[in-house]
Design a protein around this ligand. Structure first.
Ligand SMILES: Cc1cc2nc3c(=O)[nH]c(=O)nc-3n(C[C@H](O)[C@H](O)[C@H](O)COP(=O)(O)OP(=O)(O)OC[C@H]3O[C@@H](n4cnc5c(N)ncnc54)[C@H](O)[C@@H]3O)c2cc1C
Length: 393
């Protein structure tokens, strides 16, 4: 009987074990976990609701959702896609719901339901931190240790490690008064890091010390390495009108000035902004609240169009995000075969999940990556064991 060890009882490790039980029922699979319980992180995913995948119907290219590892994900998702994830959990008794934003959750809204299904029937041994060197008696070792920072054993074996850096975090901004709008949501905004190509769109949430929300988390993911390199100090350019250009903003302001000439600027605002946000923008553009729309000169209008579409702040730090965070970097994809995730230089060693240099934006994409990679390893091992059996016969 073949013996397979999995190091790390997280999403990828437990799912790999489940798929191995299905694909090679004859194998003996043991999962080793450093903590006192398996799947601790999965239990808190999605704020305890577990956003286990996404329909991907708003995704036109995987580069949008996997800033690192999109090519690998494209290849592996032919074998295990979001639809396979949904079918698998449903076949294992979990009813699912796809929200309007295309994120998929268990209907029960309980991450513990996912934990229960993932650990069912597995041989999990908790309480010991392992390296593959601790498991010489196994025919294959699968490393699914997640996004940690200790890669010393792998470095010693000569594997290339991409320096791990955090991803998915809100920004702390130098105070400008924006923080007084804390709690304000801007539904259609865009954000970029000044002087770089990093750009994201979507909902921005103004917080008591900066900005957060899907748009900002996505930008933090795209620019994770750049922001780490510049010590989380960089210019942030906000377009409060989504992808509207400065010229579009000028046209809109001219239209309002014509139609609402006699009204005070403070009393009539562009639809996209709340009244408090608009008052703040008037201050940013240096326009008095008591001015009438008809009295707004060209220069003032230009200034307002500029602050609406390229309002610049200074990022002064990274705010920990308790809802979801991941590590960018880890074991470089150059170390593994892209179809099987088998280590090229160490026989019988496989990797899956966040330990590899693959990570996604929020929305269920990180867990989908864990399921997809875990399935790829299980398939590869099933093929390998099949070959071994044929060779033995
Ligand atoms: C608060 C939070 C919420 C999140 N919410 C979502 C969400 O809703 N949707 C989504 O898609 N993603 C979410 N994520 C991201 C997602 O949880 C991870 O991408 C995913 O768990 C990665 O799976 P993994 O198996 O690779 O690693 P993990 O789930 O982190 O599992 C790794 C396991 O290995 C163990 N381990 C590490 N080193 C050793 C060792 N040497 N020996 C033995 N065991 C070891 C760890 O203790 C851990 O249990 C969230 C992340 C966080 C932090």
């Amino acid at each position: 009987m073949k013996r397979i060890a999995i190091i790390g009882a997280g999403a990828a490790g437990c799912f790999a074990a489940q798929r191995l039980r299905e694909l090679c029922p004859g194998a003996e699979v043991t999962v080793f976990e450093a903590q006192d319980h398996p799947l601790k992180k999965v239990a808190v995913t999605g704020g305890g609701r577990c956003n286990l995948t996404n329909s991907f119907s708003l995704v036109s290219n995987l580069t949008e959702v996997y800033p690192r590892g999109h090519r690998l994900m494209k290849k592996l998702m032919y074998e295990w896609s979001q639809w396979d994830t949904m079918s698998w959990f449903e076949e294992h008794g979990v009813r699912l719901v796809t929200q309007e934003d295309e994120c998929v959750f268990p209907l029960s809204q309980r991450a513990m339901e996912i934990v229960g299904v993932l650990r069912r029937g597995l041989d999990i041994r908790c309480g010991r931190r392992m390296t593959p060197a601790d498991l010489p008696d196994y025919d294959a070792v699968v490393v699914t240790t997640g996004g940690g920072r200790d890669f010393s054993w792998f470095r010693e074996q000569g594997l290339e490690i991409v320096q791990p850096v955090p991803s998915l975090f809100p920004f702390r901004l130098e105070p400008t008064g924006l923080e007084q709008l804390s709690g304000t949501l801007v539904a259609d905004s865009a954000a970029s890091i000044g002087g770089t190509p990093y750009h994201a769109g979507g909902i921005t949430l103004i917080t008591h010390n900066g900005v957060s929300g899907p748009c900002i988390l996505r930008l933090s993911s795209y620019a994770a390495r750049h922001l780490a390199e510049c010590g989380y100090r960089a210019p942030l350019v906000m377009n409060w009108l989504g992808d509207a250009s400065e010229q579009d903003a000028m046209d809109m302001l001219r239209g309002i000035a014509l139609a609402q000439a006699s009204r005070l600027v403070v009393n009539y605002r562009p639809e996209a902004l709340t009244s408090r946000h608009w008052e703040y923008m008037l201050g940013r553009a240096g326009i008095g609240r008591e001015m009438r729309w008809g009295g707004m000169g060209r220069r003032q209008m230009n200034r307002m169009a500029a602050v609406l579409t390229s309002d610049t702040y200074t990022i002064t730090g990274r705010v920990p995000h308790k809802e979801e965070f991941v590590t960018a970097g880890g074991v470089s994809l150059t170390n593994v075969d892209a179809a099987t995730l088998r280590c090229k230089s160490i026989p019988h060693l496989y990797f899956a999940g966040e330990v590899l240099d693959v990570d996604g934006v929020t929305g269920g994409f990180n867990l989908q990556a864990a399921w997809t990679m875990a399935d790829a390893v299980a398939r590869a091992l099933a093929r390998e064991l099949g070959d071994a059996r044929e060779n033995m016969e």
